[in-house]
Design a protein around this ligand. Structure first.
Ligand code: F6P
Length: 324
């Protein structure tokens, strides 16, 4: 292996820079040239790349975002788009590829592996934590901490005014951020896409909880079947006369900020592991973490299965009901 291409793709996630740094440094230590393509697959099609040196990754471990930039490319989903990228990768003598991203990005990596016969490894990077085959994705822990910090602040004002707040968090179709965010901020309730929401029951529950608590927080996953925080606010209003309701949408603040130590550490370990796998001749694998240990699953399994907040969900909801 002489030249490994790397990209960050899909939504950015805190810890991606730590992962880029680890890949670059591991490559250099093994005499491999790391070639960073800008803006995900778009940069491969536009032939925008840089042979990376250790000075490119100096002092980046502590920053959110990604120094390589990222994108969601529709052109790369077409065979013609991929043909452009393959032409550029071949001209650049690339003989291995590491993609840091989510399942959409890994589908692109699989297509490249098939159509170019190049070994590829995926590293899960998304705040949503919705990748099958790994307990954690890069960025989730930092986003969770951002949510908890924001909810702590909202609780202060909610308590002073004895208000009920709906706080909408990201996560796309999965409830990981919402569930863990609710549990670790002491929320009164949580609405997640994995469980059918019943607004009548929620109203009753909030009324009964408000008798003993001055501030009530309901964490709402953006993908919930009853809608976002604004929709749920509108549905709750007529059911909760005499109560003061407000809603807040946390939005993209969840995607930024300094990565937590957990994300930096996991991203670093995954980056090193990915280079080692390519060097050993492995391909079409995603790096995952189970407990403290790194492992691999096939990219095929990673993209063909959906990660739900499923197994932990039931326990977590039970826990939430016990501790509110
Ligand atoms: O996948 C990460 C994520 O932040 C989701 O939680 C969210 O639904 C989506 O990306 C937002 O995407 P964009 O930044 O393109 O609006």
């Amino acid at each position: 292996m002489k030249r490994i291409a790397l990209i960050t793709s899909g939504g950015d996630a805190p810890g991606m820079n730590a992962c880029i740094r680890a890949i670059v440094k591991t490559c250099l230590s093994k005499g491999i040239t790391p070639v960073g393509y800008y803006n995900g697959y778009q940069g491969m099609m536009d032939n925008e790349f840089k042979e990376m040196s250790s000075s490119d990754v100096k002092n980046i471990i502590q920053y959110g975002g990604t120094i390589l930039g990222t994108a969601r490319s529709t052109e790369f989903r077409t065979k013609e788009g991929r043909a452009k990228a393959i032409h550029n990768l071949r001209a650049n003598n690339i003989d291995g590829f590491i993609c840091i991203g989510g399942d959409g990005s890994f589908k692109g990596a699989q297509a490249l592996s098939e159509e170019m016969s190049i070994p590829v490894i995926g590293i899960p990077g998304t705040i949503d934590n919705d990748m099958y085959g790994t307990d954690r994705t890069i960025g989730f822990d930092t986003a969770l901490n951002t949510v908890v910090e924001a909810v702590d602040k909202i609780k202060d004002t909610a308590g002073s005014h004895r208000r009920i707040f709906l706080v909408e968090v990201m996560g796309r179709d999965a409830g990981f951020i919402a569930l863990d965010g609710a549990l670790s901020s002491g929320a009164a309730s949580v609405l997640i896409p994995e469980e059918r929401s019943n607004i009548d029951l929620l109203a009753e529950d909030l009324k009964s909880q408000s008798k003993r608590k001055g501030n009530l927080i309901v964490v709402v996953a953006e993908g919930d079947d009853a809608g976002g925080a604004a929709d749920i606010y509108n549905k709750l209003l007529p059911l909760m006369e005499g109560y003061e309701l407000r809603y807040t949408i946390l939005g993209h603040i969840q995607r930024g900020g300094r990565p937590s130590a957990f994300d930096r550490l996991m991203a670093t370990r995954m980056g090193v592991f990915a280079v080692e796998l390519l060097e050993k001749g492995e391909s079409d694998l995603m790096v995952g973490v189970k407990g403290d240990d790194l492992h691999t699953i096939s990219l095929q399994d990673a993209v063909n299965n959906t990660a739900h907040a499923e197994v932990s969900k039931l326990n977590a909801i039970k826990l939430l009901k016990t501790v509110t």
